[in-house]
Design a protein around this ligand. Structure first.
Ligand code: ADP
Ligand code: MG
Length: 256
């Protein structure tokens, strides 16, 4: 679904991504890993078109998108949840969600789809509250909800569990798993709340959301993702199925 080949990116003179390659197959939940400062966020912003790449190709569903604007990429079906959430603290929850619609004016979607509220009931309860009054976990749900309003085919999340309470972390994990995986393919012991389960299975059947996420918490990454790609100093250095992520790689590339 997403094919990145030989991408090079610079901030001014500073060469940040080096001949980077990454393939995210349709239906996958891919975790991009690596220590702080290796270029994970830079890669996600390059995929979204928020920063330009110097060379290489980014292809989404067989279309070259490397020079498309961010709105065009959103219209094609890429949803983005930025690191640090970037919700608008003075706008209400509803206004924040509607900003998600504006990310792709040509999409034809005029209204926040009901399933967003079914997945995150707290957003419905807090519709008229200001974004800044929400807890960290609620803000993260809002940021994910905002990306889901356009029914993305590929959902990109940058450190969705950063600075969030453990109980909300596992709830967010459940939502990502359900958005990504078809019914009956969840890991053993996984059973989300019934109403959330229904809403997500519906979206899942309609959309089949492919996921690319950055995550530093290893147990969370192992639980939600089925593939990994590790970056070091702007390069992709190891990748494979999550079951192949071994202690050597963890020690060499991930532990601080
Ligand atoms: N806007 C920017 N201008 C210049 N350098 C940047 C900018 N954003 C990030 N960097 C640098 O690029 C490198 C990669 O950063 P980033 O992609 O944020 O890493 P990660 O998300 O893996 O922690 C770091 O060395 C960082 O200091
Ligand atoms: Mg980052």
């Amino acid at each position: 679904m997403l094919n990145i080949s030989s991408v090079n990116q610079y901030y001014g003179e500073s060469h940040t991504l080096w001949d980077l390659n990454l393939d995210v197959p349709e239906g996958a939940c891919m975790c991009l890993m690596g220590r702080n400062g290796v270029g994970k966020t830079t890669l996600l912003k390059s995929i979204m078109g928020l920063i330009p790449v110097r060379s290489g190709e980014i292809i989404f569903n067989d279309r070259k998108i490397s020079s498309d604007k961010p709105e065009q990429r959103a219209e094609l079906g890429i949803g983005y949840v930025p690191q640090g959430r970037e919700i608008f603290p003075l706008l209400t929850v509803e206004e924040n969600l509607k900003i998600g619609l504006r990310a792709a004016a040509k999409s034809g979607i005029k209204k926040v789809p009901d399933h967003v509220y079914e997945i995150f009931p707290v957003l419905k309860q807090m519709l008229n509250r200001r974004g800044g009054d929400l807890s960290g976990g609620q803000q993260q749900q809002l940021a994910i909800g905002r990306a889901l309003v356009l029914n993305p085919k590929l959902l990109i999340l940058d450190e969705p569990t950063e600075g969030i309470q453990p109980n909300i972390v596992s709830e967010i994990g459940d939502v990502i798993i359900r958005l990504n995986r078809a019914k009956g393919m969840s890991p053993p012991g996984f059973e989300p709340k019934a109403e959330i389960h229904d809403a997500i299975s519906r979206i899942n059947q309609e959309l089949g959301v492919t996921v690319l996420l950055v995550e530093q918490k290893l147990p969370f990454a192992r639980k939600v993702a089925d593939k990994f790609c590790i970056m070091e100093r702007g390069r992709d250095v190891a990748k494979g199925d999550m079951s192949e992520l071994n202690e050597d790689m963890v020690k060499r590339y991930l532990t601080v």
